[in-house]
Structures are given as C-alpha cells and as structure tokens.
Design a protein around this ligand. Structure first.
Ligand SMILES: [Zn+2]
Length: 308
C-alpha cells in the first residue's frame, strides 16, 4: 500500500529534494509495484497539528511565507505550493502510520523530516513529520514507535524533538555527527565510516527490535550513503549493499510482525538516486531480484535470510 499525492512535489529545492519522489513513483508504477491511496486532507486541522510539534511562529512563517528567512530556513524557495506540499506530506505520513496497523507495510515516498527541529527547518527538512506521525499514533493508543533512520546524515532534529519522549525509540546510523547525542536503552545513534562498519552497526538492529518491541517502525531508507552521492557517500556502499540493507531492515521488522512505514529521505545523485529508491520499493514488493540476498560484498559468514 502506498500513500501519495502529486502535490507533494515542487521545484522549491536547489537539489532533487522536492522533485525526485515523483520520478520514483513513475518508475514504481511502470513496474506495477504500488497501489496508491490518497489521504483525506484538511488544511486547517493539519496546520494546527503541525503547531503541536513545532513553534507556532515557525509554522506561521512556513504557512504564509513571512518572515521569509524563517520560511526558507530549510534551504527551499518559499511558495504557496511548497507550503501546501509540506502540510500534505505531514498529513500523509500520519495517514501512512495509521494505515500500517492494518496493512502491515506502507510506502510513503517522501523526504525532508529529520533535520527539522522545534523552531526552524534545516538541511532540506521543513517539518519533522516523523515526530508528528509518532505523536499522533501514540495519542491514539500505541505504546512505542521506533524511528529507524538510515539516511547518511544524523537525525538531529528528531533527536531534539523526541529524545525525551518515552514513547519514541530511535535507531540511527550516520556518516558524521550533527548533534550531541547520548545513546541508551531506547536510543542508538551510531557513526560509521565505510560499508564494513555500516554492516556491523546494522547488526545491532535485531537486538534493538527484540529489546523494545515497538508497535510501529518508521524507516527512513535514505540513499545518500551511496558511495558516489555528492552530499553524502560512504566508501564501499554500493547499490547492491543498499539493496541488501533494505532487505535486512524490512525483513527483520516484518518477520517480527511489526507494522512498517517506509519513506525515501535523502539521496542526491542525479539520475541515480531515483533508481536506488526504486530498489527499496522493489524490496518492499518482494521483487528485489534476490530471494535470499547474497549480502554486501564485504560481508563475511552466512547472509541474513529475508522474507519480504
Ligand atoms: Zn541525508
């Protein structure tokens, strides 16, 4: 199941951040991988809900375009269409998380949440829809929501918003440090330098899931760890490695019967990132081309079994 709205995409970003999602959807539709549902959208209710997570002055700046510095603090050009897009994405992400309880696995192919903090945007992220959706489903009765953030940049905004929330667990693998974080039972922020250390860090995920038993996982399947990514990039992280990574994460979450929502997050290689994100959708559909992924080139020992 996929939540999607063509109005998510604009030309507001200097990168592919606000446009690549439509390309991924075109590719996924061409392969028959997605069954689209539209989320009902109430603009006033959505803006009011955003203001329960972010400071009202910042929310108003994004909604109205004024003051412009604050409205564009994430690095996008402000427009009415862009303001509408981020509100629709917020609403859609909460809808995806609600749907996951019944559907099991939901794709919401959007980007731009995890650097957004309480009072401003940052790093191509306007509003932290990961936080917004987690808080919504917690209010509706879930006990614990885990956010697995494998974008190559650290989820500093998510940490700032949710580190003190006992209903949210955070698992984050990044290539550099963006925030002072303290890891613990409920929070694992790991820094890696190449494919081998990435693989080792990811081996901590099954124990994280078994220890915490989240009711829902939100997975940021970022493609900016890709070795040739112009804004990210980790040595040895190939396309095959990233497909293995997605099969590992999705397989471990789903084998435990945990509802899962997958979003795209970063990935800035023009003409390549779209294909990398499409690979995530193929893994979700059980069509990654490998019944049993052979594991990353640097893996030793038996490959992880996946049943996606
Ligand atoms: Zn990133």
């Amino acid at each position: 199941m996929t939540i999607w709205d063509d109005r998510y995409c604009t030309d507001a970003a200097p990168t592919n951040s606000t446009s690549k999602q439509a390309a991924v959807m075109r590719l996924a539709r061409a392969e028959g991988l997605v069954e689209v549902r539209h989320a009902p959208f109430d603009a006033d209710a959505t803006w009011a809900n955003i203001a329960t997570v972010h400071d009202r002055a910042y929310v108003e700046a994004v909604r109205t375009g004024s003051p412009r510095r604050l409205a564009e603090s994430q690095g996008f050009r402000w427009s009415m269409a862009q303001a509408d897009a981020v509100a629709r994405i917020w609403n859609g992400h909460t809808a995806a998380c609600r749907l996951a309880g019944a559907a099991g696995l939901v794709l919401h192919p959007v980007s731009g949440a995890h650097h957004a903090g309480p009072a401003e945007g940052s790093g191509f992220c306007t509003f932290n829809f990961l936080s917004g959706a987690a808080r919504a489903v917690l209010r509706e009765g879930l006990r614990l929501v885990a956010i697995v953030d494998l974008d190559v940049h650290q989820g500093d905004g998510t940490y700032e918003l949710e580190a003190g929330n006992p209903g949210v667990a955070l698992f984050d693998i990044a290539g550099s440090r963006w925030a002072d974080v303290s890891s613990g039972d409920r929070i694992e922020y790991l820094i890696v330098g190449d494919a081998e250390s990435y693989r080792e860090a990811l081996q901590r995920l099954p124990a994280f899931l078994d220890r915490l038993h989240p009711d829902l996982v939100q997975y940021q399947a970022g493609m900016d760890p890709f070795e040739h990514d112009p804004i990210g990039g980790l040595d040895g992280v190939s396309e095959a490695f990233l497909t293995w990574r997605d099969a590992f994460v999705i397989g471990h979450v789903r084998r435990r019967g945990i509802p899962l929502v997958v979003n795209l997050a970063g990935g800035y290689s023009a003409g390549v990132s779209e294909r990398l994100h499409l690979n995530t959708v193929r893994v979700m559909a059980g069509r990654s081309g490998e019944d049993e992924p052979a594991g990353p080139p640097t893996a030793t020992g038996a490959p992880e079994r996946t049943d996606t």
